[in-house]
Design a protein around this ligand. Sequence first.
Ligand code: SAH
Length: 410
Amino acid sequence: MTLLMGLEVEGRDVLVAGGGPVAARRAAALAGQGARVTVVAPQLCEDLVDLVAAAQARWVDREVREADVEGAWLVHAATDDPRVNEEVCRWATERRTWSVNAGGASAGTARTPATTSAGGLAVGVVSTGSPDPGRAAAVRDQLATVLHEGALDLRARRRRAGPGRVVLVGGGPGAEDLMTVRARRALAEADVVVTDRLGPVTALARLPETVEVIDVGKAPGRHSVPQDEINRIIVEQAQRGRTVVRLKGGDPFLFGRGGEEAIACRAHGIPVEVVPGVSSAIAAPAAAGVPVTHRGTSASVHITHGHGPLSPQAIHCVVRGSATLVLLMGVSTLAEHVAQLLAAGASADTPVAIVERATLESERTTRATLATVVGAAQEAAVEAPAVIVIGATAAEGLLEGSAANPGACG
Ligand code: SAH
C-alpha cells in the first residue's frame, strides 16, 4: 500500500546514486527544495555537472558503496544497472531509510510522485498499484491545467502570518472569456476583490461567499471613491494578511491608475504583482472589426483620453492621416474634439467609429465621418463606456477586401 506524504527535505542529507538524466532530475528537484544532495557516480551527465558547478549538489566520483547510505534521510537509486539500484535500496531498507528505485518499485520503499504546484500548494500523483509513471504524469498534467486556469478555489482557509499581497489584475474589456488565464487564477486565490465598474464584473457573482468584494467603481449618479481612498483600502486589506485582487477593466496601466496603486503598495512594503489585461483601446475596435493598424492604411496608433482639448500630437495624427487616433473616455467631449480637428484642417471625410460596451452583449458600433459623427452620436444616444476611433482604418468596408486591395476580390 502507498501513503502519499510531503517530505520536509530542507537541510537534510539525500543520496542520489547515478549520474544520468534521471538522477539529474531527482537531484535538481531535491536541491530545489533545499535538500543537501550527494550524487555518487563515476560519471555525470551535463545537467548534473551544472548542478554540481552551481553548488546545488556534492559529487562523489566513484561507484556507490554501502557506506554512502549512512546518514541519508532518503535515497534515490538511479544508476543504469538494475542490480545496483536494488542493492542500494536494500542497504537503505536495512537502515530504515526510505528509498526510491528509479528502475521500478521493486526493492525501493518509496515512489516519486508526478508533481505540480500553484498558489502555495503542491499536488502529487503516484500510482498505488504497479508503477505507471506515464499515467501519473498524464494525470498530473491535466491537474496542472485545471489548477492554472483558475477553475479551482485556491484560497487560504487560515489567516496567513505577515503581510498579504496585492495583485493588480487587468480583466479585459468586459467579456469574461477575454480575461486571461492568469487573471482567473488570481481571482481563484483572492480573499478580497476591489473592483471597478468596467471589466469582467459578471465573474464576481460566482466567487464564493467568503470572498469580500469591495466596489470602488464610478457609477452614474454616485460619487466615485477617490484614488487615495482606493490606495488606502488595498494597502489596509493586504496588511491584514489577505491576498487582494484589484480588478480593473482592460489593462491596469492604461488609464487605470495601476501605477499609482503599485507605488502606494510598495511604499508600505507590500508585494505587488501586475497581471496585464486586454485593453479596450485595442480590443473594442477589434471586436467591432476595426483594426487599429492596417498594412498600407495606418502604421501607428495614438491612444489618448477625452478629458480636455486634444493635444497637438493627437490632432497631427488625424490632420496628416499619419496614425489612427483612439480616444478613451471621449463621449462627452466628442463635439469639442471634432470641432478642434476640423478647425485644424482634418478632412471632413475622415472615418470615425464609436464602439460602445465592446465585447458585452449590448455592444454597438456607430460609423460616421468627422462631418457627420456628432449628429450620428446624438441620434443614436451614444454613451460611455465607448472607444472612439478616428482615421482611415475606421472606414466601413475596410475588411471586405475591396477597400484596401481593390484587385483582390475581382
Ligand atoms: N484600463 C482600461 C481603460 C480605463 S479608462 C483599458 O485598458 O481598457 C475607461 C474607458 O475605457 C472608458 O471610458 C471607455 O473609453 C473605455 N472602455 C473600457 N471598457 C470598454 C468597453 N467594454 N467598451 C468600450 N469602451 C470601453
